[in-house]
Structure formats: structure tokens, C-alpha cells
Design a protein around this ligand. Structure first.
Ligand SMILES: *Cc1c(COP(=O)(O)O)cnc(C)c1O
Length: 374
């Protein structure tokens, strides 16, 4: 097979696979053709996005604007925020935990059992002590269990790893409630990280607004760029309180910049992509895509309930949870499945036609199962 034939075949495979995926949080309604030409440069945003560097083939200005956009969306304190464009939510979470560890070397990390699988790995890298807290049935952290556990370890600063949209059910831990709980216990030395990988792309526009950001008590927030916003390359944003970051920054002569980020070389294309995306959509575009997703998520729940499937979603979630579907349907629609539940991500690209097609197939598959049982 020639190189061209191999490329064509791969392209066709991806095109077809992309069409039917409903179970992973990757929005597909994007068009970056206008910035394809920037692939001609070895762009590298090495170092701190807010510091000067010696290498001039970079997109730091775009990066700063992207971070500023999300600093506003997360209500970061004026003149006291800092951040950068990451490789994705996992790196943002690693950064938040790293910062927390440097500030509170003897802290204990608390996170719910519904936390993303990558977090345990991050904690292992960082060698941080951690305690798993029970989840409620909707996926939200069990506040009573958290309170009881905090009481037992009063001598160590708590580092709360909160989920703003758990992976399976998009449950949101209430950071305001957790902060108030620690206030009541007179715990001043503490840290809260907000893992808003999926919901960080729209949480600012939800009504009522979930308690997830800096004004609610978070000290850092991580968001994935390729989830709700949509991008062909995984990316994300992390934002933290600047005075905390300054305590751990080091100047490096070789790059003529500050070594404040996790990796050395960093993509310069991802910041450009996110910047371009935000320019195209603006806040109104994001709000419109959110409204569409919420309406379609509700439509999917109603359609599923209509055929007798006990589907549900958390309030204002675009994730629809249903009892584990057959392996054939899991494969066919690429549905993430854990334990006894599967889920559908109703992203802005998911339309009613696709929802109807999915519901029809699920109905047929259930009829077949019932026929077998009878
Ligand atoms: C997707 C996700 C992550 C990981 O983000 P990546 O961008 O895939 O690295 C972390 N936490 C939650 C809740 C997620 O949904």
C-alpha cells in the first residue's frame, strides 16, 4: 500500500469512528481550517506565558488571552491569578496538586471515590498522602463522610480535590459548602482544587451557577480544552492564585524565562487553537452551545424513559446516565461504561436525529433481550 493509500485509509477510519461516538466528552463541532497554516512553524511556548523568553516562535499573547478569559469565567481575584495552557485536564490537576503540596507539605488530599482515574496516578507521582471519601448515589461527594474524616485529621492541612463534573455522572461537589464546613471547623490552613475538566467549559453560564470557582473558595481550577470547547489536539487550561505560584517559581537562564509550568517545551499550537475558538464563539457562542446541549440532554432522558429505560441526569448536566448497555451498543456508539452504568455525553454536536437513531437501536436491542428471556 502506498503512503497516500495508508493515509486515505486512516482518514476514512477516523471519519467513520468520529461520526458515531456518543460516550466520550469530546465536542466535534469545530473548524480550525483557518489556522492550519500555522503548522508550518516549530511553535513552542516554553516557559512561563507571562514572562519574556529568548525563543520568539511562540503564541504567548494568545495564551495569555485564553488564560485571562478563563480567569474571568472562574472569578479569579483581580491581579492575583496566573495560569497556562496545558496538555489537558490531567496536567492541570497535577499542577494544582503540586502547588498544594509545595504550600502544605504535610497536607492530606481528600477526594471522592467518583474521582477521575488519573488523580490517583498524580498523587502517586507527588507522593501525597490521600484519603478517599464516599460518594452519594448521584456521584457527588458525601459531605458527612468528609466532615467526619476531616475531624479525625485535625493536625494536618486538608487539600480538597473537588470534582466539578465527575467522569461518569457529571456530579458537582459544592466547593462553597466544603469551604464553609472548613470555616466552621476553624481550618485556615487548607487548599481546594477544582477539577472542572468537562464542566469548566460552561459552568460559569449555568443557572443556578454551581459553586466551583475562586469566588466560591477554589485555589486552582483545571479545565480541558478538547472536551466542551472542542479541539483536534488534547489541551486544557489551569489557573491558580498568583501569590501561591510566585512562592514556587524559579528563573532559568537557558530559556531566559521562569520555569513555572510542568513540562519544558509546551505546545504553541494549542493556545492558538483555543484562542481562535474563543474568538469565534465568544461568550454568546458558548452560552448558545450550552443551551442546546442541555435541551438535547433533557430530550434524550425523556426519550429513554419513554421506551422504559430508567435514564437520568444530574441537575443541569449534559451527561445522561443509563443502565449498562449491551457490549454491541457500547462498541457501536463508543459508550463509556463503568460498573452497572453507561453514559451518553450530549455535546453541542449531538443533534436530535442522532439521539433518535441511538434510542431506536437501544429499543431494538432491548426487545431482542426480552425475546431471549421469554
Ligand atoms: C476528562 C477528565 C479528566 C482528565 O482530563 P484530560 O483532559 O483527559 O487529561 C480529569 N477529571 C475529570 C473529571 C475528567 O472528566
Amino acid at each position: 500500500m502506498s503512503l497516500m493509500e495508508r493515509l486515505d485509509r486512516l482518514f476514512e477510519e477516523l471519519r467513520s469512528a468520529n461520526e458515531d461516538s456518543l460516550g466520550y466528552p469530546a465536542a466535534k463541532d469545530f473548524d480550525y481550517s483557518e489556522i492550519e497554516r500555522f503548522m508550518a512553524f516549530p511553535i513552542n511556548n516554553i516557559g512561563d506565558p507571562f514572562a519574556q523568553g529568548t525563543y520568539r516562535v511562540h503564541t504567548r499573547e494568545c495564551e495569555r488571552e485564553v488564560v485571562a478569559f478563563f480567569a474571568a469565567a472562574t472569578r479569579a481575584p483581580q491581579d492575583d491569578w496566573w495560569g497556562y495552557v496545558t496538555n489537558g485536564g490531567t496536567e492541570g490537576n497535577l499542577y494544582g496538586l503540586y502547588l498544594a503540596r509545595e504550600l502544605h507539605p504535610d497536607g492530606i488530599v481528600y477526594y471522592s471515590e467518583a474521582t477521575h482515574y488519573s488523580v490517583a496516578k498524580n498523587l502517586h507521582f507527588l507522593g501525597m498522602r490521600h484519603i478517599t471519601i464516599r460518594s452519594q448515589s448521584n456521584g457527588e461527594i458525601d459531605y458527612d463522610d468528609l466532615l467526619e474524616t476531616l475531624k479525625i485529621h485535625r493536625d494536618r492541612p486538608p487539600i480538597i480535590f473537588a470534582n466539578i463534573g465527575t467522569t461518569m455522572t457529571e456530579a458537582r461537589d459544592d466547593i462553597g459548602r466544603i469551604a464553609a464546613m472548613m470555616d466552621r471547623m476553624a481550618i485556615r490552613e487548607r487548599y481546594i482544587h477544582s477539577d472542572a475538566a468537562l464542566a469548566g467549559g460552561y459552568a460559569a453560564y449555568l443557572e443556578p451557577r454551581p459553586a466551583w470557582d475562586f469566588a466560591d473558595g477554589a485555589d486552582s481550577v483545571a479545565i480541558s480544552g478538547h472536551k466542551f470547547l472542542g479541539a483536534p489536539i488534547p489541551c486544557g487550561i489551569v489557573i491558580a492564585r498568583k501569590h501561591n505560584v510566585q512562592r514556587i517559581a524559579r528563573t532559568i537562564d537557558y530559556i531566559g524565562s521562569l520555569d513555572t509550568t510542568i513540562t519544558g517545551s509546551r505546545s504553541g499550537f494549542s493556545p492558538l487553537m483555543l484562542w481562535y475558538r474563543l474568538q469565534q464563539l465568544g461568550e454568546s457562542g458558548l452560552r448558545e452551545r450550552l443551551a442546546r446541549s442541555l435541551a438535547n440532554a433533557q430530550y434524550l432522558v425523556e426519550r429513554l424513559v419513554g421506551i422504559g429505560v430508567p435514564a437520568w441526569r444530574n441537575p443541569n448536566a449534559i451527561t445522561v446516565v443509563l443502565p449498562r448497555v449491551s457490549p454491541e451498543l457500547q462498541r457501536r456508539w463508543q459508550l463509556a461504561t463503568a460498573g452497572d452504568i453507561s453514559h451518553v455525553l450530549v455535546l453541542p454536536n449531538v443533534g436530535r436525529e442522532q439521539i433518535d437513531a441511538f434510542v431506536a437501536e437501544l429499543a431494538t436491542s432491548r426487545e431482542k433481550e426480552d425475546a431471549c428471556k421469554a
